[in-house]
Design a protein around this ligand. Structure first.
Ligand code: BTN
Length: 261
């Protein structure tokens, strides 16, 4: 069980997670966060669930969310343009990777745009969803799914090949409340930098933790597929891939597979 009183006593944030809505079971924390945001919930309000019955991943994929995971969504109200939503995903990935590095000393790596990996296996995914007002953001919901205190066998055989959990790596359960508090604090620190217009600083941290830069990758985006070298991330968070013919391609959405990994 996640103990909210313990989170409240350990939490060091100014506003992220200061209001927490806790559920033993719900459909998806992102869905509930969007409903609460529509009703006016303030910036930083966080939805936490023990179990999600309809957890959602990127590209409309299901996200398996058994008991023991960290399934949470944070409501944000930055005054930014619609295209800045991608920057929030990257900002969040930096916060997650820093959390895992500081708590467990692991060299957590980031894979564009939203995966955090340990020992080349995915341990966390991020789903940012936006409510728009024309070309500006009305609110954002950033959903974080972190495979924490459950065994790998709780996931499908297919996922077991590419995913991992903290329990699997550490061979024991982690202190889930401490994990959530550290994550919320790292997130708030990174988000404050984003709001101060210092995304370039976050991007440089992101690049330092992006193990795949310089490697040969395969990109699938909608119905297209490219193979090339992942060379950089531009100032908006788009991935720059150098194709085999030397052409540079800017990728805003899609899946990256690191070749030979
Ligand atoms: C991905 O890698 O495809 C993104 C996965 C995001 C999962 C999290 S779990 C909490 C929040 N609620 C959801 O339904 N999805 C996100």
């Amino acid at each position: 069980m996640i103990r909210i009183e313990k989170i409240m006593s350990l939490l060091e944030t100014e506003y992220v997670g200061r209001e927490i809505h806790y559920f033993q079971k719900l459909s998806s924390t992102n869905t509930v966060a969007k409903e609460q945001a529509e009703k006016g919930a303030k910036e930083g309000t966080t939805i936490v669930a023990e179990v999600q019955t309809q957890g959602r991943g990127r590209l409309s994929r299901p996200w398996v969310s058994p008991k023991g995971g960290v399934w949470l969504s944070i409501i944000l109200r930055p005054k930014v343009k619609a295209e800045d939503a991608l920057k929030i995903t990257l900002t969040t990935a930096v916060a997650v990777a820093k959390t895992l590095r500081s708590l467990y000393g692991w060299k957590a790596e980031i894979k564009w745009p939203n995966d955090v990996l340990i020992r080349k296996k995915k341990v966390c995914g991020i789903l940012t969803e936006a409510s728009l007002n024309g070309k500006t953001v009305n609110f954002l919901v950033v959903g974080i799914g972190l495979n924490a205190n459950f065994a790998l066998k709780s996931l499908s055989e297919n996922l077991q090949k590419t995913a991992t959990t903290l329990k699997e790596v550490l061979k024991k359960n982690v202190d889930i409340e401490k994990l959530i508090c550290t994550l919320l604090k790292e997130f708030e620190d990174c988000y404050k930098l984003f709001k101060e217009g210092k995304f370039v600083k976050l991007l440089s941290e992101w690049c330092q933790m992006a193990g795949f830069l310089g490697k040969k990758v395969e990109i699938t985006s909608f119905m297209e597929r490219w193979v090339g070298k992942a060379v950089d991330i531009d100032e908006n968070g788009a991935l720059i891939v150098e194709l085999e013919n030397g052409e540079r391609k800017k990728v805003l959405s899609g899946d990256v597979t690191i070749q030979g990994a």
